[in-house]
Design a protein around this ligand. Sequence first.
Ligand code: PMP
Length: 444
Amino acid sequence: GVNRSTVMKAYQELKADGLIVSHVGQGTVVVPQVFKPSMPRERQVRELPWYQFFNENITTNSEHLISDIMSLTNCDKVISFAGGFPDPTLFPMEQLEALQGELFKTAQCMLYSHSPVEGNPALRESICQLLARRQMTVPSREIGILSGSQQGLDFVARIFINPGDTVVVEEPSFFGAIQIFRSAGARVIGVPIDKEGIRTDMLEALLIRHKPKFIYTLPTFQNPSGVTMTMARRSQVLTLAYQYQVPVVEDDPYGELPFEGVSLPPLKALDRHGYVIYLSTFSKVLFLGLRVGWVVAAPAIISKFAHLKQLTDLHVNTPSQLLLDQYIRSGLYEKHLLLLRQEYAAKRDCMLAALEKYRVPGVSWEKPAGGYYIWCRLPKQISRHKLVANAARRGVIFLPGEVCYPDGTQGESFARLNYTFAQPEEIQKGINQLMQAVQESMQL
Ligand code: PMP
């Protein structure tokens, strides 16, 4: 027989050499041998084949569009119509700096502490006041604060989508949302839009056939098309949602930026039965780096959001929430919105005038009534790939329209042109260069 201490000693030597590992309760296993004992281990370490470890959900490498746009836009020489960024010259820096100084002087411990998972109560109350102006009367318990509306879209996907489920989006739609829904395993089906918004005549058949988990819509100053859904279509969408019992996810980052008059009421303001989950954000009206957005929904949905918020990152950082609350309460936020409407309307007009001036046959567009984008139809004979390359060579970037379609563009090409970020002289120069690139990119 072999005595116990001899066995233990042998085990310990094997373990010291990395030949076996043992875990309490799981026994001992032999480690597959990768290293040759004769060579120093450090020299034998090879690159880890990460892809063997990824789970099945993680999206593959083609999905870097948003981060690519973010980094290209930071490059000085490029004129960017590609992103959806506010004008950096309009950031209310001095006001925010003053408020922040005051906040850090007076808020003491609270500023440095945790906030509730659903968000700071004062900020939720301030957001209630903002929403009331847009005909949305909701109690603050139906509001949850998020790290941008991007997080809201992610939570929507995590709450509703099982792999293989169907969701309905407008065609075109916000490409970031399409990416998120896809990466959760959804089949994303598009319903075309026209000048009045989503084609409700086509929506009904899809609701019957596919029983989607939700309809994702951007009714006001849509990204990317700039289209605003008419009142008639808004009520048709709600009627269909009630009739076929489908939740509606309303994404509204641009609703506070009407250039003439006031925006139409959001679907959420018209919804009498709690079917609408409303998302919005301060990103497009203050600054993107803030990462504060919010959800408005029935209490049962807010509690699901709160649960995911707790799992993900507990809550939005406290200083940003307190700063925003002060900014809204001071009345400065409202004043800032007035300024943005004026300035962005002027920039929209500047881009429209440049498109007219450097007009190329086959290029057409509609005038958006607010928001961030002009959706430009390109000539039929254009080569999309050549256009992206030719425009970039001329120092201009834009968003190629096909990424905004869940299943290709049925042969048509579009360019989404953002007019809020670039300065007027860049808009002039950039449109001139882009239209020349269009001419260079025709296929004969
Ligand atoms: N939804 C839409 C329609 C957007 O355009 C954007 C920003 N590009 C977002 C959501 C995400 O915004 P946030 O910065 O609030 O995450």
